[in-house]
Structure formats: structure tokens, C-alpha cells
Design a protein. Structure first.
Length: 132
């Protein structure tokens, strides 16, 4: 995707739009929350844990479902994406299932119907860190 400089339409200045790798985003979010739960379990600290996903300054960026540049990227319409928070009540929470709705909301902000990696209640995206 390219943006044109509106000041002089005869000589456009072009630059590539910023792109977010949605696959990496989902894996990293899930891994970070899992890691945090392990740290709390180690210290035997448990209370409701509130997880909020917020993205600032992303208006016009592309959210891509592939780790390589592709044509299926959706443009994020809003400058701030801030889906509702999620509360986790135990260390054994299925983090990806608990984060399904807010992550879907991030994808909907880019014009998708939801995460391309979560289907019929099952997360189809896997990494080397799953199960840890």
C-alpha cells in the first residue's frame, strides 16, 4: 500500500504503510500473559488478573495475517484500538481462549471478521512455546 502526498498531486511522495504481523502479535501477547501467570504462580500471588490489550497510533497501519508481506492485509481505521479487558481468576487459565474476544476485536478494527487463527473455539496458530 502506498500513500500520496496531498500537497502536490503532480509529484506524489510515496512511502510504504506500516505493517503489523498479526501472527507474531497473537503469539507474543499469549506468551507474555502465560509468562506473567507463571511468575505469579511462583510467588504464590493470585488475585483476579485484568488483561487489557491497547494499540495506540495505529490508524492507517496494515494488520497482516501472514508473517510475509501479502495482499490480504487489512488497514486499521482507528488511531487507538482498545477492546474490553479480560479477567483471569486462576493460574491455569487457557490464555488464548480467554483472550479470544479482545484479539478478535483487534482484527475487526482492521476489517477482518475476527482472528484468522481462531476457529470454532480452537486456536489454530501454534508455536514452539505452546505447552510451556
Amino acid at each position: 500500500m502506498w500513500e500520496e502526498n496531498e500537497s502536490n498531486q503532480n509529484e506524489p511522495t510515496r512511502r510504504e504503510a506500516k505493517r503489523l504481523d498479526g501472527r507474531t502479535l497473537e503469539l507474543d501477547l499469549t506468551r507474555c500473559v502465560r509468562r506473567y501467570l507463571r511468575v505469579l504462580a511462583y510467588h504464590q500471588q493470585m488475585a483476579p488478573i485484568h488483561v487489557t490489550l491497547t494499540m495506540y497510533g495505529v490508524g492507517g497501519w496494515l494488520l497482516d495475517s501472514n508473517d510475509r508481506k501479502s495482499d490480504d492485509a487489512g488497514r486499521i481505521a482507528e488511531e487507538i484500538l482498545a477492546p474490553f479487558p479480560v479477567s483471569l481468576s486462576n493460574f491455569d487459565a487457557d490464555v488464548r481462549t480467554e483472550l479470544a474476544d479482545p484479539i478478535d476485536a483487534l482484527w475487526r478494527g482492521a476489517g477482518y471478521s475476527g482472528s484468522p487463527f481462531f476457529d470454532s473455539g480452537e486456536w489454530t496458530l501454534r508455536s514452539a512455546f505452546d505447552g510451556q
